[in-house]
Design a binder for this molecule. Structure first.
Ligand SMILES: NC(=O)c1ccc[n+]([C@@H]2O[C@H](COP(=O)([O-])OP(=O)(O)OC[C@H]3O[C@@H](n4cnc5c(N)ncnc54)[C@H](O)[C@@H]3O)[C@@H](O)[C@H]2O)c1
Length: 342
């Protein structure tokens, strides 16, 4: 899929949230594909994920905030495409700091899009989420891009609002693409252990008890490398296929109940089965099974990894000691650090 940019392809890509879990994988894929990359991030979880790229030709980093007009205007100079990942990520983080979430995921995102339009940048790829579907109207069925959105958290409400803003801009010279990511898992230069697969695997690898709630709820999953590949594809695809479109990103076979995920971990860690218990908790009302046929048919997107691959790499990273303190706050978004709004 990844290839050197043709003369008509974008040359320098601005990645917001470049130091994050997905961004720090995407930067590598873009550089490998021959793009120049400018990463913009305010380093809420540190910059570790970008260190390996600092001596790669074509990479530059801007430590700044997407809510700051001057920063954003300067960051857009000479840019051909934007991949917008920066956000307050996840329901718990947005619930903990709603004002911060609104300024970053709402106003900050709009500032980026407006500045991109002013700078005549065409392609604008937005990291949205399958959380937008909320609870399925029919729990035996599937949702797809045409299903009405039903956000059940501030996080998803803000994603839906910005998607609507982008998709209704109606400017022929602007090419917004919304990618509704499945719940992500797997290793990245900025590991996250507040994601279901990664968290369950960490707990069981470390021999801890694991309480699972909502074990029958459905959710789609996708490996972090495959989500980053989808961003690259959205940058490279012809406008007539992607402009003003929303795509679910994942694979229809990768919808799982948490119960099944736990079973897949136990297959690799059989001695941990007795550590798992199922509890009832009235907390997370999201329940959705998603179809991913549109991105496969329109753009030829297929995944390269499945859940057991992600479980395996997390187990290996922990057992080998590569991740010294997996409980470190750098590896979770649950308590996001407040930064000054500008
Ligand atoms: N992880 C998932 O399961 C998932 C699923 C669906 C969608 N997404 C979306 O993908 C994107 C990336 O997610 P991630 O998992 O890499 O999250 P992440 O938290 O690891 O990365 C987000 C990055 O944005 C940066 N950031 C936050 N506010 C900023 C600001 N005001 N200015 C500049 N930088 C700022 C943070 O420092 C962080 O490095 C997000 O938009 C998220 O909503 C993620």
């Amino acid at each position: 899929m990844a290839h050197a940019p043709s003369p008509s392809s974008p040359q320098t890509v601005l990645v917001t949230g470049a130091a994050g879990y997905i961004g720090s994988v995407l930067v590598g894929l873009l550089l490998d594909a021959g793009y120049r990359v400018r990463g913009l991030d305010n380093l809420m979880f540190g910059g570790q994920g970008l260190l390996a790229y600092m001596n790669r030709p074509g990479f530059e980093f801007v430590n700044g905030d997407i809510r700051d007009q001057q920063t954003v205007t300067a960051a857009m100079a000479g840019i051909s495409a934007v991949v917008h990942l920066a956000a307050i990520v996840g329901d718990p983080a947005c619930k903990a700091e709603p004002d911060l979430a609104k300024t970053v995921n709402g106003a900050g995102a709009r500032l980026l899009a407006d500045t991109a339009i002013d700078a005549n940048i065409k392609r604008f790829v937005f990291a949205s989420t399958c959380s937008n579907y909320g609870k399925m109207p029919d729990p035996t069925g599937y949702v797809e891009e045409t299903t009405p959105l039903n956000p059940v958290s501030l996080y998803a409400e803000l994603k839906v609002a910005f998607e609507e803003h982008l998709l209704n801009l109606g400017r022929p010279s602007f090419e917004p693409v919304c990618l509704r990511f499945a719940t992500v898992y797997g290793l990245s230069p900025r590991p996250r252990f507040d994601l279901t697969v990664n968290e369950f695997t960490r707990e069981l690898t470390l021999g801890r008890k694991l309480e699972i709630y909502g074990e029958r709820f459905w959710r789609p999953y996708c490996h972090v490398v495959d989500l980053a590949r989808a961003c690259l594809l959205a940058v490279e695809s012809p406008a007539e296929l992607v402009s003003y479109q929303a795509f679910n990103v994942g694979d229809t076979r990768e919808n799982y109940q948490k119960l099944t995920l736990a079973g897949l971990i136990v297959e690799q860690l059989p001695e941990t089965e007795s550590l798992i218990s199922y509890v009832s908790r009235d907390e997370d009302p999201r329940d959705y099974r998603v179809r991913f046929g549109k991105i496969r048919k329109a753009l030829g997107f297929t995944i390269t990894r499945r859940i057991p691959d992600g479980i395996k790499e997390i187990i290996e990273a922990l057992r080998s000691g590569l991740i010294v303190d997996p409980d470190d706050s750098r590896y979770t978004n649950r308590r996001s650090v407040s930064t000054t709004a500008t």
